[in-house]
Ligand binder design. Structure first.
Ligand code: PMT
Length: 402
């Protein structure tokens, strides 16, 4: 998608990933965007303003005052000029300033004045990224309605390996393009998404469940909403902060409850995405009182739960699209393709517990997509936001019969 005419403020802060801002700037300029760069003081330790000024074809700003003339760099005008404020990389320090509204440099002043949407790509070392303060600041930014392009996993400057690398410039460009393009390519579509775990009660205190956090389903719901769809979410219990006003949100607990709600919504929607980790079994009886810890061994008989995707797959109309997931631990592709067929999916998203950084709870995933039309698409390890964007791009090319 061409970015001609789009005005992008690019904030660059003090992270080793700042060197990637040069490549990102080139990609944005090549796509036709106008790019105005604002650097934090510590960014100068990682990349020179001359490099960024040359690539963006504009002077790089950093101070409130213009060095040569002493004139004021008007942070309000900059905020009004931009169609998008992108900060890549976003350091932990600048993240904290944004989250708390502190303002001690031109970059944070422009952030507080900006009326345009904000997109950030955090980058820092593994343990910093996982620190509760950083995670809570990222949640705060998402709560402000900003798009967080979560860090990707891989080799870090410290020699550690894990989540903390800034999203690759090509992926960031993809998000910027879908931000500008994507506001309407699912306009008029109604989408049902099941997500999160289900909890199957054992007694009034205990339950059987799984590790699903809802992040994958949430990323898909956000992407559909951003691209104009009307989104109906049926979610098991999750701890994610959710801006529910964007969605028709239904919170459920058990597989039976999830099925009950999904079955009522199904006839109304065009697309279903079954991202939920639904418990396949539930205790055959729910004990009325807390089970006493008398004997060493307790055996529990389990009954099969309703298979939501399978049941709704039997009701799928020709003009509906069903997308399923497969979470596998072995024979991944074969198992996924079998589910694709058995559950009458048009597309299945395979993720394996054996891939580091994929599956439950993490902000990243690595998937293989298999279509009923024979397509097969591989993704590298990327943020669940990027994976969601890939899934929607694949959904768009599935032919539906009127
Ligand atoms: O939530 P996160 O922490 O981000 O983790 C994401 C995820 C790993 C949960 C997600 O990416 C994922 O793989 N979800 C599907 C998990 C699952 O139940 O896979 P499955 O292979 O057991 O089920 C196959 C398909 O049938 C899935 O679309 C599932 O939603 C559906 N199903 C399964 C059982 C059941 N009783 N009803 C169903 O609808």
């Amino acid at each position: 998608m061409n970015l001609t005419g789009k005005k992008i403020l690019l904030g660059v802060t003090g992270s080793i990933a700042a060197y990637k801002a040069a490549h990102l700037t080139r990609l944005l300029i090549k796509s036709g965007a106008e790019v105005q760069i604002i650097m934090s003081a510590s960014a100068f330790d990682f990349i020179t303003p001359l490099t960024l000024a040359t690539l963006s074809k504009r002077p790089v700003l950093s101070q409130f005052k213009k060095d040569e003339t002493g004139e004021w760099n008007n942070h309000v005008e900059l905020g009004l000029w931009a169609d998008l404020f992108l900060v890549a990389p976003l350091s932990a320090n600048t993240l904290a300033k944004f989250a708390m509204g502190s303002c001690d440099n031109l970059l944070s002043a422009v952030y507080l004045s900006a009326r345009c949407p904000v997109m950030v790509a955090p980058a820092m070392d593994l343990d910093m990224y996982q620190h509760p303060a950083v995670q809570s600041n990222l949640n705060r930014l998402e709560g402000f309605g900003h798009e967080v392009l979560h860090a990707e996993s891989g080799e870090l400057a410290s020699g550690l390996s894990g989540q903390g690398r800034m999203m690759e410039p090509e992926h960031i460009l993809g998000h910027v393009q879908s931000f500008f393009k994507g506001n309407d390519d699912f306009k008029g579509k109604k989408v049902l998404i099941t997500m999160g775990p289900t909890l199957e009660a054992l007694d009034p205190v205990r339950f059987i469940s799984n590790h699903s956090s809802g992040k994958m389903g949430m990323a898909i719901a956000e992407e559909f909403s951003k691209r104009g769809a009307e989104v109906f979410v049926v979610s098991g219990p999750i701890a994610l902060k959710v801006s529910k006003e964007k969605f028709h949100w239904y919170s459920v607990t058990s597989a039976d409850e999830m099925y009950e709600v999904a079955a009522v919504l199904h006839p109304k929607v065009d697309i279903c995405v079954f991202a939920a980790a639904v418990a396949d079994y539930a205790p055959a009886q729910i004990a009325p009182e807390k089970i006493k810890k008398d004997s060493e061994l307790i055996s529990i008989s389990l009954r099969k739960n309703v298979d939501i995707a399978f049941e709704l797959g039997k009701m799928k109309r020709g003009n509906q699209i069903h997308v399923g997931f497969a979470l596998e631990t072995e024979n991944e592709a074969a198992n996924a393709k079998a589910k694709l067929k058995k559950k009458n999916f048009d597309l299945i998203v395979l993720n394996s517990t054996k891939v580091e950084g994929a599956g439950f709870k993490v902000d990243t995933n690595q998937v293989e997509l298999f279509g009923a039309d024979g397509r097969s698409v591989h993704s590298e390890l990327a943020s669940k936001t990027t994976i969601a964007s890939l899934i929607l791009d694949q959904i768009k090319t599935i032919p539906v019969w009127v």
